[in-house]
Design a protein around this ligand. Structure first.
Ligand code: PEP
Length: 286
């Protein structure tokens, strides 16, 4: 408990230097078109290559000319090549993480150069499970983002607060800290290679999806932070995805919100009919 309390105190102290100022002058809705982006994260699933190919084929079959956006799957390394050929260009395939090194004595590591040589051009960075289970720090996540970007690849940077931070009202500050630390050194031009996934940790794998209103508010805050870090154009063009227990039942309401440009889906991306419904979300009137 003492350790948890001191961590929280450190977050609060650190957060105070990243307070987000209200942006009254800023537009409430975006002007530029951001194509929807529906993405899945398979985590440590499925168990076999055969299952991976079947699942990916089912998902690719759900993508049609009338699907509203781009689709990507972030999947375990051993399945990358066979799944990439199974989806036949209908779905972008990416890795779930990288090692921020080009080569050398890093047993178990996978570099962006290795992925690129296989035709893989996307990866996640900063997923909350890697932050907590693998102890990845903001600085390491920043190195991963820079390594991907500098090698011409694209990154989906995952950020988001814990339940304790949510209950303490620290959401805006936590997002500001993570965006500023994880994107340090990324230029405005390089932001074209960056997608943000806002994933409240309390919503991941819990079945507790954030309401569209809560998610919209945080996405707007994140866009304002990006505008402060860069400019309005970079902020308007940056796709910000929501992740956390997205389902066929919740996707339409989330995607109706102006600052929610897509989703990062864990559990439901392991079911081709559920993920197919999410890919083909329906536009609902606000
Ligand atoms: C995730 O893994 O990023 C995720 C959002 O998982 P789930 O959809 O299962 O909550």
């Amino acid at each position: 408990m003492k350790v948890a309390a001191s961590i929280l105190a450190a977050v609060i102290a650190s957060a105070s230097s990243f307070v987000v100022q209200p942006q009254n002058t800023r537009r409430d809705t975006f002007l530029s078109a951001r194509k929807p982006f529906i993405t899945g994260n398979w985590k440590l699933n499925p168990t076999t290559k055969k299952e991976a190919i079947e699942l990916a084929t089912g998902i690719a079959n759900a993508v049609s000319d009338s699907s509203p956006g781009d689709v990507a799957l972030f999947i375990p390394y051993p399945f990358l090549e066979s799944v990439e050929s199974a989806v036949d260009g209908k779905v972008t395939i990416g890795a779930e993480f990288i090692t921020a090194e080009e080569s050398g004595a890093f047993t178990g590591g996978v570099s962006p150069l290795m992925l690129k040589s296989m035709g893989i051009e996307w990866a996640l960075a900063g997923h909350s499970e890697r932050r907590t289970l693998n102890g990845e720090s903001d600085e390491e996540i920043n190195e991963q983002c820079l390594m991907l970007i500098e090698n011409g690849m694209n990154v989906v940077l995952c950020i988001g607060e814990t339940l304790e931070e949510f209950e303490k009202g620290l959401v805006d500050s936590v997002c500001a800290i993570q965006l500023k630390k994880n994107l340090a050194g990324v230029t405005p031009e390089q932001m074209k290679q960056v997608t943000i996934a806002y994933e409240p940790v309390w919503a991941i794998g819990t079945g507790k999806v954030a309401t569209p209103e809560i998610a919209q508010d945080v996405h707007k805050v994140c866009r304002d932070i990006i505008a402060d870090m860069y400019d309005e154009t970079v902020a308007d063009e940056c796709r910000i995805l929501y992740g956390g227990s997205v389902s066929p039942e919740s996707v339409d309401g989330l995607m109706a919100k102006p600052d929610i440009d897509g989703t990062l889906v864990g559990g439901a991306s392991l079911d081709d009919s559920k993920f197919g419904r999410i890919i083909n979300f329906e536009t609902v009137e606000e």
